[in-house]
Design a protein around this ligand. Structure first.
Ligand code: PLP
Length: 444
């Protein structure tokens, strides 16, 4: 509902923020945050009543759309019954949430450890892998983001790791990325083969007996929606098995509907051989962030290794009832309303062809990558050299998109097209027209 909007509240929200709120990953001085007053489905609006199509899903987490009535009601009901309880107690919402998540993960998983978000999910998965194997090292991609806590941020590959490099035992390697290949590959098959050769050499050079786990995003998201080429995940699993290394898949961004599947690793394109990880981390889409939550989905072998041995980790809010109730309601509503099918169909029939048509028209769009409601436009100054566009172009595009009523997601030289999984055909058509106008307005 957009009733009772008072522009004075917008001014106050902005002023209070600038005076007192310290923001993530930012120099604080020049910030000018957009004030959001309310949201519903795939739209957000400000205190002036201006509406925006949310093609960011915020931080790619609002998979079920904003203010879903069933999820809101479940949180309200739980708040009236038991709004908080310490983790040692059992509570119904937590058990129901764990059961539903395990049903979606399928055979090969037995327990869930709940956390407050994605970073601490990875933190605890890393801890479990180290405890289980008795080894230290964690291998992860340079093109990755795994969260901002001690080990998760050092497992991260992007620039955010560098000022935070205080955890030990982390090694990085290059994953496949055919459009900007590190391996001079000329085909996806070659990219897979050479990326796996590189990983083999890194494992040999690091000493296989010192490596606890390989940690990968199901589909690297913030790094550019890098759908792995055929055979890559299978090859990584084989290498891990050969050396007694665990495979942790970080499905924080790629999970719970983004690809049209519950997890990206269950997607035919991503993982045609159906290899199964040992640990899965999740957050974001599991409850669309209505209450902070994340967790680790654990294989029986790892879960039972802590039957006698103490697991040395815990959180006051592990399995917080409001978060758990919102997970139960989210998963049930996604199922009842065919939300995953919508995401898959929108990707296949609308966004895939629509974005390809935009690329054919605008040479600045060097590559369109993705599936479901998880896409990236890789923007270049020249399609031949693939030189990334400068930040000024991204800034101009963001301004043109916002001016036309679309809230975009931008990272480096890319615009990510990541609407909620519930996005309608009409909203996709409107968004495609807005992207077209913005690319027409901004020269490369
Ligand atoms: N892992 C991935 C793949 C992510 O995309 C993110 C956040 O963007 C995280 C982990 C960290 O999640 P959180 O911000 O909830 O700690």
């Amino acid at each position: 509902m957009t009733t009772h909007l008072d522009p004075a509240d917008g001014t106050r929200a902005h002023d209070l923020d600038r005076a007192h709120v310290f923001h993530s990953w930012s120099a604080q001085g020049a910030l000018n945050p957009m004030v959001i007053a309310g949201a519903s489905g795939s739209e957000v609006w400000d205190f002036e009543g201006t509406r925006y199509l949310d093609f960011s899903s915020q931080l790619v987490n609002v998979n079920i759309g904003h203010t879903h009535p069933k999820v809101v009601a479940a949180i309200q009901e739980q708040a009236a019954i038991l709004p908080t309880i310490a983790p040692p107690h059992a509570n119904l919402a937590r058990g129901e949430a764990a059961k539903r998540i395990l049903d979606k993960a399928g055979p090969g998983f037995e327990k869930v450890f709940f956390t407050n978000g994605g970073a601490d999910a990875n933190e605890n998965a890393i801890r479990m892998a180290r405890q289980f194997t008795g080894r230290d090292k964690i291998l992860s991609h340079y093109r990755s983001y795994h969260g901002n806590t001690g080990a998760a941020v050092v497992a991260t590959g992007d620039w955010r790791r560098i000022p935070n490099e205080f955890a030990r035992g982390h090694v990085h390697f290059f994953g496949p990325f055919a459009y900007r290949s590190e391996f001079w590959s000329e085909s996806p098959e070659q990219e897979t083969e050479r990326a796996l050769h590189h990983l083999t050499r890194v494992i040999q050079a690091e000493g296989p007996g010192s490596i606890a786990a390989i940690l990968l995003e199901g589909i690297p998201g913030t790094a550019g929606v890098l759908v792995p080429p055929p055979g890559y995940l299978t090859g990584v699993r084989e290498l891990a098995d050969e050396h007694g290394i665990l495979l942790i898949l970080d499905e924080v961004m790629s999970g719970f509907g983004r690809t049209g599947d519950w997890f990206a690793w269950q997607n035919q394109t991503v993982n045609p051989d159906g290899v199964v990880p040992d640990l899965i981390t999740f957050a974001k889409g599991v409850n669309s962030g209505y209450v902070p939550a994340g967790g680790v989905i654990i294989s029986p072998a790892i879960a039972h290794s802590f039957d006698e041995k103490v697991f040395p980790g815990g959180l006051t809010y592990s399995g917080h009832p409001l978060a758990m109730a919102s997970i139960v309601a989210t998963i049930d509503a996604m199922e009842e309303e065919g939300v995953l099918d919508n995401a898959a169909r929108v990707g296949r029939d609308l966004l895939g062809p629509g974005l390809a048509a935009l690329a054919a028209k605008h040479p600045m769009i060097g590559e369109v990558r993705g599936l479901g409601v998880f896409w990236a436009l890789d923007l270049v100054t020249d399609p031949a050299t693939r030189a990334p566009v400068p930040a000024s172009v991204i800034g101009a595009l963001k301004a043109e998109l916002l001016a036309r009523g679309l809230l975009p997601f931008a990272a480096d030289n890319r615009i990510h097209v990541v609407p909620p999984c519930v996005v309608t055909d009409d909203e996709v058509a409107r968004a495609l027209a807005i992207y077209d106008e913005a690319f027409t307005a901004v020269p490369a």
